[in-house]
Design a protein around this ligand. Structure first.
Ligand code: GAR
Length: 210
């Protein structure tokens, strides 16, 4: 189902505290983002993201992945929850599950993820710890389309952040979150404006922002 002109309909998938979800909701409320969040889906009943959604009047669905026979069955339930509410774009905002083709094929090139590192460095879990352990001087965050790999899909945007001398993990995580909270709503607004395209090319697909 298409949304009203220029307003995209989002489904946001979460597992945790939901500060990126909050950044999306705040950007919508402040009219920096032409979107509406039709549903928030969490695989964790206790996710802090859920009360954030409820406070904004956004419907929530909890689907415990442990209750499903496998990843495909879980993804099929997520797809149903998203389709029921007319979702056009799926945003992974701290969603800690690997997606299968079941979800990706239902929303082709319409699933975006925020990752707390400069991909392709430090994919997977604990990206901030990986960056600190490696000793990089610059890290950052990445918003990318999701494909069947782990954090391998075409990159839409990245923003860098210097690592401070002797920085602890909590500090880096928090300073990165502040950058994530700027970048994710900005990229979603580019999508709402129809400025983000994917080009095939001979190698991997890549993104153009017009
Ligand atoms: C964010 O740092 C996000 O980039 C990261 O989880 C955190 C969720 O925080 N995502 C991943 O690591 C995905 N691989 P939030 O729940 O407060 O938005």
């Amino acid at each position: 189902m298409a949304g009203a002109a220029g307003v995209i309909t989002l489904g946001v998938l979460v597992s945790g505290s939901g500060t990126n979800l909050q950044a999306i909701l705040d950007a919508i409320a402040e009219r920096r983002l032409d979107a509406r969040v039709a549903v928030v889906v969490s695989n964790k009943a206790g996710a802090g993201a859920l009360p954030r959604a409820a406070r904004a009047g956004v419907p929530t669905v909890v689907l415990d992945h442990n209750a499903y026979a496998g990843r495909e069955a879980f993804d099929a339930a997520v797809v149903s929850a998203l389709r029921e509410r007319g979702v056009e774009w799926v945003v992974l905002a701290g969603f800690m599950r690997i997606l299968t083709r079941v979800l990706l094929d239902a929303f082709p090139m319409r699933v975006v993820n925020i990752h707390p590192a400069l991909l392709p460095s430090f994919p997977g879990t604990d990206a901030q710890r990986q960056a600190l352990d490696y000793g990089v001087r610059v890290t950052g965050c990445t918003v990318h389309f999701v494909d069947a790999g782990t954090d391998t899909g075409p990159i839409i945007a990245q923003r860098a952040l210097d690592v401070l001398p002797g920085e602890e993990l909590e500090s880096l995580k928090n300073r990165l979150l502040a950058v994530e909270h700027q970048l994710l709503p900005e990229v979603l607004q580019w999508i709402a404006e129809g400025r983000v395209g994917v080009v095939g090319g001979k190698g991997r697909a890549s993104v153009v922002v017009r």
